[in-house]
Write a protein that binds this ligand. Structure first.
Ligand SMILES: [Zn+2]
Ligand SMILES: [Zn+2]
Length: 257
């Protein structure tokens, strides 16, 4: 299995994972032109994608899901709550095959096994995903207000982890956002700050972990060096070993084989 990101942050998220001829997108929150342009950057054509998995209905994850799926005849996998919310937001297009998933059941998209899991976040029925090719496991987790014992258990024993480092607590509180928004972001259904991500990473079984990428960084309330330093502290490694997913470039292919 290998994986890459087309972009990550509050202006749009999209990650691709590949095993053999199976390729899934996790979220599609960039516009159609950008998704196609950035797939080309990774030497992929839209027709090579097998399915789109959706974590939740927020625009930075879901805005282009149905447009892209309709353009390229792709199935979409999402929870009932996410589908319902996207319908309410007028984001669901007729003619796209939707597959309802449950946070309690692992499912298969061709050669990839997908395990959704519940996270605390202010969406209708949000999930995040662990993907497996039967040998290696990749966990992707963004948009979570606080770590839970369930999350720690699901993320233990992974080979690769893409982990939200949304904000630095001091930068958030000293920054320009209105108070209600600061409280939402820092609340139990908002996002992880660098220190929470550091603690979460430190609490996991990391015996197989070969890739860690900091993701969904706020351009307003965080800095790459702070996020990387926090995750490096949890691992006792150098800061530059920690990968970084950026809004513009995401990150290039990382191979798990
Ligand atoms: Zn988000
Ligand atoms: Zn969100």
């Amino acid at each position: 299995m290998r994986f890459a990101s087309l972009g990550s942050g509050s202006s749009g998220n999209c990650l691709v994972a590949e095993h053999g001829e199976t390729r899934v997108l996790i979220d599609c929150g960039l516009n159609l032109t950008e998704v196609e342009r950035r797939l080309a950057r990774l030497d992929l054509l839209p027709g090579q994608i097998s399915a789109i998995l959706v974590t939740h209905e927020h625009g930075d994850h879901a805005d282009c899901v149905f447009t892209f799926a309709a353009s390229h005849a792709l199935p979409v996998y999402l929870t009932y709550g996410t589908l319902h919310s996207m319908k309410g937001g007028g984001k669901v297009l007729d003619g796209v095959k939707t597959n309802l998933i449950s946070s309690k059941e692992t499912f298969q998209v061709q050669d990839l096994q997908i395990k959704p899991f519940t996270v605390p976040h202010d969406a209708r029925e949000p999930v995040q995903f662990v993907l497996s090719d039967g040998d290696k496991k990749l966990g992707v987790i963004t948009d979570i207000g606080m770590p839970t014992p369930h999350v720690e258990q699901v993320l233990s024993g992974l080979d690769a982890l893409v982990l939200e480092c949304n904000y630095d607590l001091d930068m958030l509180w000293e920054g320009p956002y209105p108070r209600w928004l600061k409280q939402r972001i820092a609340g139990p259904f908002g996002h992880l700050d660098n220190r929470q991500s550091e603690r979460l990473l430190g609490a996991l079984d990391r015996s197989r972990l070969k890739h860690v990428v900091a993701a969904h960084l706020s351009q307003q309330n965080n800095r790459p060096d702070l996020a990387r330093a926090a995750l490096a502290r949890a691992l006792g490694c150098s800061d530059d070993w920690i990968g970084l997913a950026t809004q513009e470039d995401g990150f290039g292919w990382r191979d798990l084989t």
